[in-house]
Design a protein around this ligand. Structure first.
Ligand code: AMP
Length: 224
């Protein structure tokens, strides 16, 4: 993101794991025409590549805890300096701590970019059901859910035929740890945005179809 373009917006999709941030981000990046930046995806790519960062974060991610602020802050700073974010950016899974929120606010202020925060509200029981039924294509990243959005053929990606996997951190004990990290470290960020961000919105993310929720978010961002 470079300075001086008033139409830029940093849309922060906020919510606990399993609230639908990734699904919404995939729909919205196409319709809003801004890139989807997910710290979770970026970190998983490093783990996949087995590089220095990947080796540092692998065990932390597998346990469901958050990786150090310094590391994700550096990844985000680098990522939003790339020219494809000049028209705006859609942030998924960042910021997750007050220190990250502070870093983001500083980066955006320096670039004159407005922050729009959308909180996807979803009941906890629903979240656990969603996460434990989640399957992902290891090749193209498409997400499925055994209950609400199953693949056409069991266990196989509709797009490229790859065998679907359960993410290591979508297993029950790790899900609990991720939700605990959310409550302890990330919920304070939500309270902070609710108090300080002039464009903070809440959207019911539980029952409606993903496209309906995305339309509501587009309306709030002002680009429907
Ligand atoms: P996600 O795909 O967003 O649920 O992220 C998967 C995992 O990556 C999390 O459980 C954390 O271990 C790590 N992670 C992703 N984003 C962040 C972040 N902003 N801060 C710290 N850890 C993160």
């Amino acid at each position: 993101m470079s300075a001086g373009n008033n139409s830029q917006v940093a849309l922060v999709l906020f919510g606990p794991p399993g609230s639908g941030k990734g699904t919404q981000a995939k729909i919205l990046q196409a319709s809003l025409g801004i890139p989807h930046v997910s710290t979770g995806d970026m970190l998983r790519e490093h783990v996949q590549a087995d590089d220095e960062i990947g080796r540092e974060v692998k065990a932390i991610m597998q346990s469901g805890r958050l990786v150090p602020d310094d590391l994700v802050n550096r990844l985000i700073e680098k990522r939003i300096s790339r020219p494809d974010t000049d028209g705006g950016v859609l942030l998924d899974g960042y910021p997750r701590t007050l220190e990250q929120a502070d870093k983001l606010t500083g980066l955006l202020r320096a670039r004159g970019v407005a922050e729009v925060v959308v909180h996807l509200r979803v009941d906890y029981n629903k979240i656990i059901a969603r996460l434990s039924g989640r399957r992902q294509c290891p090749k193209c990243g498409t997400l499925y859910n055994l209950a609400s959005n199953p693949p056409k053929t069991e266990g196989v990606c509709d797009r490229d035929g790859a065998r679907l996997i359960v993410r290591e951190d979508d297993r029950e004990p790790v899900i609990r740890q991720r939700l605990e990290a959310y409550e302890r470290q990330t919920r304070p960020v939500l309270d902070y945005f609710a108090r300080t961000c002039p464009r903070f919105y809440e959207v019911e993310g539980g029952d409606a179809a993903p496209e309906t929720i995305a339309a509501e978010i587009r309306r709030l961002v002002g680009k429907s």
